[in-house]
Design a protein around this ligand. Structure first.
Ligand SMILES: Cc1cc2nc3c(=O)[nH]c(=O)nc-3n(C[C@H](O)[C@H](O)[C@H](O)COP(=O)(O)O)c2cc1C
Length: 400
């Protein structure tokens, strides 16, 4: 991982949650990445952990008192708000989320946040009932609209003894996400639409046609291009994947539904069609639940579905770069090449989905087909494939 955190100046605010002690680990990892750290503990945080522990690790005094004159002389609190590259709150309590969302400034940490125009990030941790409470949800919505980046908590065993969502994001992931925030934004000013997951075509009110696509690859690509600065919209079928932060996410079911949502969001610069859209749909969706005992077999009349990739490739608002996926179980290259020609996209990513090799797995082996060549990539993690595709996209737009 390229270290984009080097020489950055970060203000770490620690608020009063049970996960306070994990902030020490964050400090250690930031120091390893040569980050200059300023730190504030809220009064509640000091109930959980001795400030001396932080000062020893930092080799520095903490900032703590809004009204301390001696501290004001050394470092005016407004100056601290602007002398840094980013502010991150770890862990961030429900109380502190509420204060940030509503502009409350009743201690040093909340004053600095209000006075700062720098990047703001929170990494919440709390009991599941608190996390799912509408008051917290509404405050988070407000923070998102104020461009505060949210490192959402994970599912797991919580300190209160329950199981659920509310566990502080793993320290390694926090550092990786922070690093991403500072990575060069080569795709900024570009808009991307990525589709992911599988479509659902209704048979009757209770049954549907679908496929085994997990959505992992599309999600990884959406996350990766958005870290390069592309304003990304992820249009997704049902998946079991945690929704990524800081992306616009739209849910879609049928092929028509995917298509309408894509069209509504055109024009865009990059279109990546990673969703597995069903090739067929019912000629007529049966209105009432189909009953058994109609003999040994039942005939369902299917019509071919709309070809979204082809439609977008020839659309009058065609994106500058159109990338399709081709899932095949035999003659991978041959079949994918003919799809590439028929669908008129710029790149086709071919993969072998036979024998459960790809769907649901974190790994894939792909062939990248373009006008001029075919690249055979080794088997890699889907996240690594996403990064490699993103780099290619960056190069594509550099040459434009
Ligand atoms: C033992 C204990 C554990 C707590 N853990 C959490 C927590 O994990 N997350 C949270 O949002 N609040 C937690 N709280 C509540 C906060 O400490 C409380 O809301 C406090 O006012 C937060 O102050 P601050 O946001 O200024 O740091 C806990 C309280 C206690 C007594």
């Amino acid at each position: 991982m390229t270290n984009f955190l080097k020489k950055k100046k970060i203000l770490l605010i620690v608020t009063g949650g049970i996960a306070c002690y994990k902030a020490l680990d964050v400090i250690r990892r930031l120091q390893e990445n040569q980050v200059e750290i300023e730190c504030i503990l809220t009064e509640s945080a000091k109930e959980f952990i001795n400030p001396l522990t932080f000062e020893s690790l930092l080799g520095n005094k903490l900032h703590s008192n809004l009204f301390s004159l001696s501290e004001e002389k050394q470092m005016n609190h407004i100056k601290l708000a602007n002398d840094i590259d980013a502010i991150i709150v770890i862990p961030c309590t429900a109380n502190f989320i509420a204060k940030m969302a509503n502009g409350i400034a009743d201690d040093l940490a909340s004053n600095i946040l209000l006075a700062s125009k720098k990047i703001k990030i929170i990494s919440p941790a709390m009991n599941t009932n608190m996390w799912t409470n509408n008051a917290v949800k509404n405050n988070l919505k407000k923070l998102k609209s104020m461009d505060v980046k949210i490192f959402s908590p994970k599912k797991g065993k919580l300190a209160c003894g329950t199981q659920g969502t509310g566990k502080l994001m793993e320290v390694e992931e926090i550092i990786k996400n922070l690093n991403d925030i500072f990575s060069p934004k080569s795709l900024k000013n570009l808009k991307a639409i990525v589709t992911a997951g599988s479509s659902i075509e209704k048979i009757d009110p209770v049954r549907f046609i679908s496929n085994f696509s997990s959505g992992i690859q599309g999600y990884e690509i959406a996350k990766s291009i958005s870290t390069h600065g592309a304003k990304t919209i992820l249009i997704t079928g049902k998946t079991n994947i945690n929704k990524p932060n800081n992306l616009k996410i739209l849910n879609a079911e049928s092929a028509e539904d995917f298509y309408e949502k894509i069209i509504k969001n055109l024009p865009c610069d990059i279109f990546i069609s990673a969703a597995a859209i069903s090739d067929w749909k019912m000629k007529n969706i049966v209105k009432k639940k189909l009953k058994k005992n109609q003999g040994d077999s039942i005939n369902l009349e299917l019509n071919e579905n709309i070809d979204i990739l082809e439609k977008i490739s020839v659309h009058h608002n065609r994106p500058k770069l159109v990338i399709g996926f081709s899932a095949e179980t035999e003659k991978i290259i041959e079949n994918s090449k003919s799809k590439f020609k028929k669908k008129k996209c710029d790149w086709m990513i071919a993969n072998d989905v036979s024998h459960n090799k790809v769907f649901g797995s974190n790994y894939n082996k792909i062939h990248l087909i373009t006008d001029t060549k075919i690249e055979n990539w080794p088997r890699m993690k889907k996240s690594a494939i996403a990064k490699k595709i993103s780099k290619k996209i960056v190069n594509f737009f550099k040459k434009k």
